[in-house]
Design a protein around this ligand. Structure first.
Ligand code: PMP
Length: 353
């Protein structure tokens, strides 16, 4: 017997690399290529750092109010945390306690199984169909909870709200979490269903469409009852999750609606153009509604392309996993960045013929 027998052993999630070298084209973590809103910059520049002496507002009231107003919800229906990863982790701990397996797709955000293992929550993966779509029948069965990303990652595929509504309605005894990290780039949000189903929890984040991955702001929306349970768990864990600065900058971002709409539209336009170019170069991909494209080349293996891109200073994401080993997840950067990536691919693939 050793102390090591008493240690919780887990296999952690591996996030995309954050290289020190600034010269690379970084399309590996679905960050937004545009800076945060000018109003956010102004708030950070004028931030009164003396308030850092004080603990932040443990209820994060200013940001909760701003988000509730933005989504047409009551404040008691919003819960804020340190990126949606933090809120998701807290939600797994709060909602998935039946001992029955929770359900999520075989190909999805690879943090879900890590949290399930961390908390010893049993889970069953449901295979996506051949087009990488969820099959709703797979989620209409006995379970301990459900988590689905819409649009899904790393595939970029979105399903209609009605599909999720059927799943939520068929599971009144389970919490259904819809992870909408990428919804602002073209998905159909489940927020309008919150008033109808008290077992629904919807996650969103400031990391993608609001260009604020570095500040770490994510949030959950749901029924007052569910948000209260989540809040009780948070206050049993750490009272002060959000920093003063993150709260102030988060409010500023929500107030700058026009900039948010403009940059999101720019990313979507670049994505659509990149799709056309990738198709011309012989790539296949499911239709993405996100700020990334999950693409495989018809002839050249994924690992080879991943390494060739990397050697040329272009970072994308690749998983050596069944069904997706030939795919690259390419985040949508600026037009200039995508032009460089496409030019490199065109040249590389020409030399392969
Ligand atoms: N959900 C999905 C599907 C994601 O891809 C990510 C980003 N890695 C997150 C949640 C977490 O994002 P964040 O913690 O930055 O809000």
């Amino acid at each position: 017997m050793s102390w090591e027998d008493n240690v919780r052993k887990v296999v952690p999630y591996v996030a995309g690399e954050q290289p020190k070298n600034q010269d690379i084209i970084k399309l590996n973590t679905n960050e937004n290529p545009y800076p945060p809103a000018p109003r956010v910059a102004a708030v950070i520049k004028g931030f009164d750092y003396d308030i850092l002496r004080r603990y932040p507002d443990q209820n994060v009231s200013a940001l909760v109010s701003a988000l509730a107003g933005h989504h047409g919800l009551d404040r008691e229906q919003v819960f804020v945390g340190v990126g949606s990863d933090d809120v998701l982790a807290m939600s797994f701990l709060t909602c998935f306690n039946s001992g029955k397996p929770i359900l999520f797709p075989d190909i999805t955000y690879s943090f879900y199984d890590v949290w399930a293992d961390l908390y010893r929550i049993p889970y069953e993966n449901q295979p996506l169909d051949e087009n990488f779509c969820i099959r709703k029948e797979d989620y209409i069965r006995d379970n301990g909870g459900i988590i689905l990303a819409n649009p899904n990652a790393p595939t970029g595929v979105a399903s209609e709200r009605s599909v999720y509504e059927e799943i939520i309605r068929a599971n009144p005894d389970s919490v259904v979490i819809i992870d909408e990290a990428y919804v602002d780039f073209g998905g159909e949000s489940c927020v309008p269903l919150i008033g109808k189903y008290d077992n629904l929890l919807v996650m969103q984040t400031f990391s993608k469409s609001r260009s604020m991955a570095g500040l770490r702001i994510g949030y959950a929306m749901g029924s007052k009852k569910l948000i209260k349970y989540l809040s009780d768990v948070k206050f049993s864990f750490n009272s002060y999750t959000m920093s003063n600065l993150a709260i102030a900058a988060g409010v500023a971002s929500v107030e700058d609606e026009a900039y948010f709409a403009e940059t999101t539209a720019k990313v979507v336009a670049t994505r659509e153009r990149t799709k056309r170019e990738l198709a011309r170069l012989g790539f296949v991909f499911p239709d993405s509604k996100t700020n990334f494209i999950f693409a495989a080349h018809r002839a050249v293996p994924g690992q080879e392309l991943f390494e060739a891109l990397r050697a040329n200073g272009i970072y994308v994401r690749h998983w050596n996993k069944p069904r997706i080993e030939n795919y690259l997840r390419i985040s949508v950067g600026t037009d200039e960045e995508m032009d460089k990536v496409l030019a490199f691919l065109e040249d590389y693939l020409k030399n392969k013929e």
